[in-house]
Design a protein around this ligand. Structure first.
Ligand SMILES: Nc1ncnc2c1ncn2[C@@H]1O[C@H](COP(=O)(O)OP(=O)(O)OP(=O)(O)O)[C@@H](O)[C@H]1O
Ligand SMILES: [Mg+2]
Length: 370
């Protein structure tokens, strides 16, 4: 099983310094509210691409009162990996190490893949499209790490376009240049999303029937629809370019870009009832989401080349009844990557038994109990 066997934190959130040596089983963290359980998962999430489990900025992660930056280092199977924020006078930058040597984010992404579920995701089916899009883009990033940089390029170009339109007299050549960059990044986003949606749906379909129901997924967005239909990059790019050009007047009036992959939505149907997921009960939505995350981990594990994903489940067990908890632990045990779970009470993880290590987290410290 792909697993973290050592985790060291320095000046990360409430941890001044923490050192955990693990034996490679799954990990259950329990402890009272505010003890630092989610912070531990967040630390691990920094090893993956993007901003981690709480989308925090790098400096927010520094322990209050600490002198410099923070570090998270770990042994993942036989590799030593680490990330951190290094401060030097006024400047601060993210640094990455692999086996002791300074490295690039892309190299780290080849070694570690992480999927997570947090209580904040509970509302994605009811909330607006942006929450679902962010959730889905997270899954896409776990499969395709460059998705994050494509999204950043898209956002940057869009901000420039919005600023240009706001100014009134638009220089068409300038707008063309910006829209070309948007369409390039946008076509990449759409193709990434459509391809990951397909493997995610396949993984959902292949899951056993049980407590975590299946969903039918689709992407609502013109570019994604084209990508799903097999259109190539050039066709999607040209179509986006045309859309942006023809929308200049309306976008200028609206003060923002009204169409494009930044508006796409993930539609989820709760298969057992045929209802849009947002209309399902709270418990049904939660179970559906757990099923989706399990499918995401399975899809990653099955896509050849890359490492098996680590799974971070923040408070996933707390709202499940005993049967569902046991079913969750059984499913996690069948995955090829280590799972990390949190909860306020130790008994929540009883059914995991000796398939997991049980660790008590207590105000910036952690003790392995079993
Ligand atoms: N940058 C920081 N420096 C120091 N402490 C911080 C920092 N950021 C957050 N904390 C503190 O870390 C503590 C632990 O937070 P965390 O979210 O990990 O708790 P938790 O164990 O998950 O609790 P809960 O069960 O309520 O979810 C909180 O008291 C929080 O205020
Ligand atoms: Mg928490």
């Amino acid at each position: 099983m792909t697993a973290l066997t050592r985790l060291r934190l320095k000046d990360f959130r409430n941890y001044e310094s923490l050192s955990l040596d693990l034996d490679g089983r799954h990990v259950c963290l329990f402890g009272s509210n505010g003890a630092g359980k989610t912070n531990l998962l967040e630390a691990i999430s920094q090893l993956g691409p993007g901003r981690g489990l709480r989308s925090a900025s790098l400096s927010e992660l520094t322990r209050h009162g600490a002198e410099g930056g923070w570090t998270v280092s770990a042994n993942l199977d036989d590799r030593r990996i680490g990330v951190g924020l290094e401060t030097d006078g006024g400047s601060a930058k993210r640094v990455i190490r692999i086996d002791g040597a300074p490295s690039q984010a892309g190299d780290l992404a080849e070694l570690v893949r992480i999927v997570w579920l947090t209580p904040a995701m509970d509302s994605i089916f009811r909330g607006g499209a942006s929450d679902r899009r962010r959730f889905f883009d997270r899954q896409v990033m776990a499969h395709i790490p460059s998705h994050g940089t494509a999204a950043a390029r898209y956002e940057r170009a869009m901000r420039e376009r919005n600023a240009l339109l706001e100014r009134g007299h638009v220089d068409p050549a300038w707008a063309d240049a910006i829209e070309t960059r948007m369409a390039e990044a946008g076509a990449e986003l759409a193709i990434n999303r459509a391809s990951v949606l397909e493997s995610l749906q396949a993984a959902v379909d292949a899951r056993p029937e049980g407590y975590f129901p299946k969903g039918d997924l689709s992407l609502e967005g013109e570019a994604e629809t084209s990508a799903a239909a097999g259109e190539d990059f050039k066709t999607i790019f040209e179509s986006l370019t045309e859309t942006y050009r023809s929308m200049r007047r309306r976008d200028a009036a609206a003060g923002r870009t009204l169409t494009g992959p930044h508006r796409s939505d993930l539609k989820v149907i709760h298969r057992p009832t045929g209802m849009v997921a947002g209309d399902a009960s709270t418990g049904q939505q939660k179970a559906l989401l757990i099923g989706l995350i399990l499918a995401s981990a399975t899809a990653l594990a099955g896509d050849g080349g890359g490492p098996a994903p680590l799974l971070l489940l923040d408070e996933a067990a707390a709202h499940l009844d005993a049967n569902r908890r046991a079913a969750l632990f059984d499913e996690l045990s069948a995955l090829p990557g280590q799972s990390w779970l949190t909860g306020t009470e130790r008994f929540l993880f009883d059914a995991f038994g000796d398939r997991a290590q049980h660790i008590e987290v207590d105000a910036g410290g952690a003790a392995i109990l079993a």
